[in-house]
Design a protein around this ligand. Structure first.
Ligand SMILES: [Zn+2]
Length: 422
């Protein structure tokens, strides 16, 4: 399909195919799929969303192309990205990748970090990403250079959040934990507290200090937790117990949670039930989990390493998919396209009817922001920010869907098309 460029300014879109999860229950269907929509814009916001009518001359006719709200990339590492050409690990697995990246830090000048992170953000924006969260490694109790560089990054149309990723050991001392949390709180509203929580550094007293310091400074959390397959991983079980017995007013995201799949079914049910009750979001990272879990030199992996996404959804836990590392020692590939992540998830998690049922995993911002009664994206009054996939269809998508038209606040901002005859 080739779309003729719209005349500006855009007043809206005619004949656009939206996913079933985004539409009201009474939306008409044809051949088992929702009929296309007409969407009108006013001052950068959605002013109406109705089933498609025959003649809508004032709207841009996208001829039934699939579209989603602006995409969400909930978990990246912009401080590490695009370093694979100069730092490649000699062994497989998570701990070897950590060692390799520590050595790469000798290159991390403000200029080096800025150039790599800006490239990542530009790629994400051109793919249609409107919300991007990055974790940033902390090596001391004070913020690293990358923390300040990220705060200075600007990419039109993209809301950037940053998480302080500190090893759990930094929180062993209550005063040190407080000092990290204070620095994060004083960095602005887009900043969160994080931590790397693994059986290799497990310390329940440090976990308690981490939670107390976040509470004291009114911070949201995003934890790298149980990124392993060991049934000795304690993080999520401990967190569920903590939340059952203590007040925590902020919002928590748990990234990875691979070890949840190694516990007993009863333990899984109990943990997911507490996470759902406290609206804790689980962020699954299928690409790096497939690469780094059960990774042994010369051996085909036996286990997938991915958290219990379907069980979490069934229990009412908000869920998202993220890309994690891109072109660094943890993951040599990647392109900041959430469709790559969902394509990987389609096979690794065995997802069916991906566009209509599961595309929310890469474009619903509510699990990141924890709005109590979130409006669905593209509801009247929300931002007129959409991504159109010309040439794809609900069965092919998200594969073979690189062509893209990105609309930010009612304006055409990026497009990547090809001509079929080439
Ligand atoms: Zn990560």
């Amino acid at each position: 399909m080739s779309l003729t460029k719209p005349t500006s300014p855009l007043t809206g879109l005619a004949n656009v195919r939206l996913p079933a999860w985004l539409l009201p229950a009474e939306w008409p269907q044809q051949h088992g799929e929702p009929v296309a929509a007409d969407i009108r814009f006013a001052e950068g916001k959605i002013s109406s969303l109705v089933p498609s009518q025959l003649e809508q001359d004032e709207l841009w006719d996208v001829q039934g192309a699939l579209a989603l709200p602006g995409l969400v990339e909930p978990h990246t590492h912009l401080d590490k990205t695009f370093t694979i050409r100069r730092s490649r690990p000699s062994r497989p697995g998570l701990l070897a990748a950590i060692e390799t990246l520590h050595k790469d830090r000798q290159h991390w000048s403000a200029e080096d970090i800025h150039q790599r992170a800006a490239q990542a953000l530009a790629w994400a924006a051109a793919n249609g990403v409107t919300h991007l969260r990055t974790h940033i490694d902390w090596f001391e109790l004070t913020p690293p250079v990358a923390w300040y560089e990220m705060a200075n990054l600007q990419q039109p149309g993209v809301t950037l959040q940053q998480v302080a990723l500190a090893p759990l050991g930094f929180f062993a001392d209550a005063e040190a934990a407080n000092s990290i949390a204070r620095a994060v709180a004083q960095s602005g509203e887009h900043c969160l507290l994080g931590g790397f929580i693994h059986s290799s550094n497990w310390d329940p007293a440090a976990m308690a200090n981490l939670m107390h310091s976040a509470t004291r400074w009114d911070l949201d959390l995003d934890l790298h937790i149980d990124e392993e397959l060991s049934d000795k991983a304690n993080g999520l079980v401990w967190l569920a117990n903590y939340l059952s017995e203590n007040e925590f007013s902020g919002h928590i995201c748990c990234s990875h949670g691979c070890a949840l799949a190694s516990g007993t079914e009863q333990q899984q049910r109990e943990v997911l039930s507490v996470l759902a009750q406290h609206r804790v979001t689980l962020i699954a990272l299928p690409m790096t989990n497939l690469l780094l879990q059960d990774a042994v030199m010369g051996q085909t992996p036996r286990q997938r390493g991915i958290t219990l996404l379907k069980e979490a959804q069934a229990a009412g836990v908000p869920v998202l998919l993220g890309c994690d590392n891109v072109q660094d020692a943890f993951c040599p590939a990647g392109s900041y396209d959430p469709l790559d992540t969902l394509s990987c998830g389609l096979f690794a998690l065995q997802l069916d009817t991906v566009f209509d049922q599961h595309s929310h995993l890469i474009c619903n911002p509510a699990p990141l922001t924890n709005t109590a009664q979130p409006e669905l994206p593209l509801a009247v009054g929300t931002a007129a920010s959409l991504v159109i996939f010309p040439g794809s269809d609900s069965v092919t998508w998200p594969l073979n869907s690189a062509a893209r038209v990105v609309i930010h606040h009612g304006k055409l901002s990026y497009q990547r098309l090809w001509q079929a005859e080439f």
